[in-house]
Design a binder for this molecule. Structure first.
Ligand code: ADP
Length: 189
């Protein structure tokens, strides 16, 4: 069933009794407890998925991000910070800052893996049962999508081994090419 520009979730795997799911469409319509945001270091909003999340979440999200910016100078690449979801269907947004792609010579794979691992750590600390990511870094930040899908699969799989609260984790992918890259990554061992 389609709801606005969002497909229903497809379960592509299970790790530690946690369903791994893929949605296709706009993450701002995802009705899970938490979504992740591919933010920039200031956390004060940007383009792409960040812009869409801030637009639909409204003023409260901006205010909470502004507080994090003042107190903690935003968020470093690979780290993750939590806010409420404002007007989004999701109750929480976990903001993480992906690496900018520099041909793979600046530990981009490690930083991208850390985005997923640290977001999962934040979700567990907050007893969150469902978390859906966008395809971090593969838009404006230029990370090749097939590589990103592989790196994120490895990072998420290892981070979920010790999870207690998460029951559903996955991605909401905006376009067909990105969806197919993640579907392919999860269909291979
Ligand atoms: P980054 O700066 O980390 O590359 P972008 O927002 O530019 O982040 O892109 C990350 C991914 O998010 C891309 O695949 C882009 O197509 C996708 N995207 C953009 N808007 C949305 C949205 N509303 N919902 C889900 N994914 C989105």
């Amino acid at each position: 069933m389609q709801r606005n520009s969002l497909s229903s979730a497809t379960i592509v795997s299970q790790i530690n009794n946690i369903d791994i799911v893929l949605y296709k469409g706009d993450i701002t319509f995802v009705e899970e407890i938490a979504i992740a945001n591919a933010a920039n270091s200031s956390l004060l909003g940007g383009g792409g998925v960040d812009g869409a999340i801030h637009y639909r979440a409204g003023k409260q999200l901006k205010q909470e991000c502004w507080e994090i910016f003042k107190k903690e100078k935003g968020c470093k690449p690979g780290h993750a910070k939590i806010t409420s979801g404002g007007n989004l269907p999701a109750q929480y947004v976990i903001h993480t800052v992906g690496p900018v792609w520099h041909n793979g010579v600046r530990n981009e794979d490690i930083v991208l893996g850390n985005c997923y691992k640290n977001s999962i750590i934040v979700a567990e600390k907050n007893k969150i049962s469902g978390l859906i990511f966008p395809s971090i870094s593969t838009g404006i930040f230029g990370y090749p999508v097939e590589k990103a899908a592989e790196v994120s699969k490895i990072a998420v799989s290892s981070a979920l081994e010790n999870s207690k609260f998460l029951k559903r984790v996955g991605w909401c992918l905006f376009d067909r090419v990105t969806y197919m890259a993640y579907e392919k990554a999860w269909s291979t061992k």
